[in-house]
Every structure is written in C-alpha cells, then in structure tokens.
Design a protein around this ligand. Structure first.
Ligand code: NAP
Ligand code: GDD
Length: 344
C-alpha cells in the first residue's frame, strides 16, 4: 500500500514542492488547510489535483487530533508557520502560538493518536514526524559555517519560536522514542516564494522595471548575507530525513553565502540592467535586530543522507527573474498580492 503523508502548510511554497515530490514517489498526500474558503487552497488544487485536504489549524489542538485520526498518516510534515520574520515582531504572541506552540500541538496529536502514554513506548508502524526548523535559530552566529553543533542565538520572535519547536521535537524523540526529526533549513527560494521575501521581491521588482511597470525598487539592509538555495532541492532533503534508518537533525544549505547586494546585482544583470540606477534604500525596511550572516555546512547531510543541492545561486536568480517576467507580461500584474495569488 502507498505510504500516506499529512502536510501542514500545504498552501505555502514548501508545501507545494513537497507534495509534488511525495506524489512522484508514489505517496498518498493529504494537506491540512485552515480557515473558511482559504483562496490559497485553490492555487494548490489547480497545481496538484491528486492531493486530498483535511481541515485543521495549528492553533486548535482538537482539530489536529481529528485530522491525524481521519488521515491515519505514516508521516507528518509540519511546515505550517508564520514564517515572515518582520511579522514576528508585529505579532509576537501569534507567532509564538503558531510557529512555536503549533509544534507542540502536532506532536501531541501524534502522541495521542498513536496511543503513546508513557515514556519511551514506541510502536512499530509509528508515525514519523518532520519539523521545519530554521537557520534563523543560529541568529547572531557563533561560528561560520554553521553545523548541527553550532549553538543557537535567535534574533527575532520567529527565531525564538522555531528554537522552541526544534528542542521540543528533540525532546519528544528522547522522551517517547518517537521518530521525530528537524531539518535546519537555510533560505530556499523559487518562483512560488511569497512576494514579501527578499528574493521574490527582487525578482518581481526587476521584472516590473524591465517591463516598464515600475521605476524603482525599495529595499532595506543590503549587507545581510544568506545561504540561498532552491526549494525543490530542499524538500528532497525533508523526505530523506524522514525515510532514514534512524531519526536525527540535519543542516540543509548550499555552503555558499551571498549578500542582498549581490542578489540584487545578479537579478538586474540577468535582464541587462544596472541595479544602482533603480534600487532605493528604505530605512523603514530595516529590522529591530538583524541576522547578518548565514552559511551552512551541509557535510552531514551529504555523508549520511546523500543529499546535495542541484541549483546554483546564479541559476536560481535567473529562474526567478525569468518566471516573473513571463508572469507579468502575460497577466500584467501590478501588485504584490496579485503576484502572490498566481503560481506558474
Ligand atoms: P510559507 O510559504 O510562508 O507557508 C506557510 C504555511 O503555513 C502556509 O501554508 C500557511 O497556510 C500555513 N499556516 C500559517 N498559519 C497557520 C495556522 N495557524 N495553522 C495551519 N497552517 C498555518 O512558508 P515556506 O517558505 O513554505 O516554509 C515552510 C516552513 O519551513 C515554515 O515553517 C518556515 O518557517 C520553514 N522554513 C522556511 C525556510 C525558507 O527559506 N522557505 C527556511 C527554513 C525554515 P495559510 O494558507 O492557511 O496561510
Ligand atoms: N523581506 C525583505 N524585504 N528582506 C529584505 C529587504 C526587503 O525589502 N531588504 C533587505 N532585506 C534583507 C533582510 O533584512 C534579511 O537580512 C534578508 O534580506 C533576507 O530576508 P527574507 O527574504 O525576508 O528572509 P529571512 O532570512 O528573514 O527569513 C527566511 O529564511 C529563514 C531561514 O533562514 C524565511 O523564509 C524564514 O521563514 C526562514 O526560517
């Protein structure tokens, strides 16, 4: 029988790529969806007809228990979160509830539905759990590149909430013998990336300028450095971690780091424009506390999972710019929310 996966955050960037990957691997895929007539569900349904949906919200324990009971998954991937770092200062409590406590609620739903009541009573056929941890947990980095052993120093309410979820996942593994793993994923991007994140904001901005729909692009800190990879590669790593012989946590990234300035230069260069003529620094886009440098050391993932990224930074930027030019020239989208509503 096909293995069955339940994915929270199915309407997000990673949810769609993971669902695609698991469907290709022969899985029966279910997505947890929240709210009433969530318009982003239509977008996923259009792309992936074979997914089934179940209602539930990371804020609602009962709904998660019901979802796990109904779906009877072999694997649960917890990708749902408030994931935009600046929003986590504006709505810190909600971020703690969704991004942090949401992890506890999913783990509890699995524990209750699996009948694990005392410590260390793993069942054969137990539900495997993946937690979407983040390189934001490294924050003000103590060393570079960052490995599975680098200490955490989160710099945002989002990073703090992710750190809670990360340690809780380890704790459920140690307390109950659950097959629970965390992927410490560095930034990963794609044409399906939300328009609020810097890579997509830049690719949309470049496309608009190239097509004569805008004359400038306003950005914050150009000096921050990130290890940017392609989302399609990173969902493969999630699946490999869950399919491994024993549960463990892994750093997933490319091992190369670039500044936002280099990202901008590469994106404008892809359409033959000089970025310095169009980019305007906007102080209001700076963050209360910044993560200045992220760079992964993905050696463990390569050695133990056989995982490697396949798309370079340059190809990723070109892919995103090209996709947004096609999107905007076909549909003449002008706003971020229009662009968010459509996936290629
Ligand atoms: P994303 O595009 O922002 O998607 C977030 C998902 O969370 C959406 O499907 C959203 O669904 C769902 N969600 C929000 N609040 C919820 C709630 N109360 N209950 C249930 N679902 C809820 O994020 P992403 O880029 O795909 O990232 C996936 C996960 O990986 C996130 O946990 C993120 O923090 C983590 N991560 C991402 C990166 C990266 O670079 N992309 C790196 C490290 C870790 P709605 O449609 O209902 O809003
Ligand atoms: N979003 C945004 N918008 N970021 C900007 C801008 C701007 O106009 N100008 C400069 N930046 C800088 C930010 O200050 C940050 O240093 C960097 O660009 C990347 O910002 P984001 O793309 O918003 O991503 P992030 O690194 O904060 O967080 C993403 O990656 C994490 C993993 O490290 C998100 O996907 C998180 O959910 C994820 O955990």
């Amino acid at each position: 029988m096909a293995r069955r996966a339940l994915i929270t955050g199915i309407t997000g960037q990673d949810g769609s790529y993971l669902a695609e990957h698991l469907l290709r691997e022969g899985y029966d895929v279910w997505g947890l969806v929240r709210g009433q007539a969530n318009p982003r569900v239509t977008r996923v349904r259009r792309l992936l007809e074979d997914i089934r949906f179940v209602g539930g919200d990371l804020l609602d324990q009962g709904s998660l228990i019901s979802a796990v009971e109904k779906v009877q998954p072999d694997e649960v991937y917890n990708l749902g979160a408030i994931s935009f770092v600046p929003l986590s200062w504006e709505q810190a409590e909600l971020t703690a509830e969704v991004t942090g406590m949401g992890v506890l609620r999913v783990l509890e739903a699995i524990r209750v539905c699996s009948g694990i009541s005392s410590s260390r009573s793993p069942k054969s056929g137990q539900i495997r759990f993946y937690q979407a941890s983040s390189s934001e947990m490294f924050g003000q980095v103590r060393e570079s590149p960052q490995t599975e052993r680098t200490p955490f120093h989160p710099r945002s309410p989002y990073g703090v909430a992710k750190t809670y979820g990360h340690f809780l996942t380890q704790n459920y593994r140690e307390s109950y013998g659950m097959f629970a793993v965390s992927g410490i994923l560095f930034n990963h991007e794609s044409p399906r990336r939300g328009a609020e994140f810097v890579t997509r904001k830049v690719s949309l901005g470049v496309a608009r300028i190239k097509l004569g729909l805008a004359s400038e692009l306003r950005l914050g800190n150009l000096d921050a450095r990130r290890d940017w990879g392609y989302a399609g590669d990173y969902v493969r790593a999630m699946h490999l971690m869950v399919a491994a012989d024993r549960p463990d946590d892994y750093v997933i990234g490319t091992g190369r780091t670039h500044s936002v300035r280099e990202l901008v230069a590469a994106a404008f260069e892809a359409v033959g424009l000089d970025w310095e003529r169009y980019v305007v620094f906007d102080q209001s886009l700076r963050r209360p506390a910044e993560v200045d440098l992220l760079c992964a050391d993905p050696k463990e993932a390569k050695a133990r999972l056989g995982w490697e990224p396949s798309v370079s930074f340059e190809d990723l930027v070109a892919m995103m710019v090209e996709s947004d030019i096609a999107l905007l020239s076909g549909k003449t989208l002008r706003s971020e929310s229009d662009a968010e509503a459509v996936w290629p």
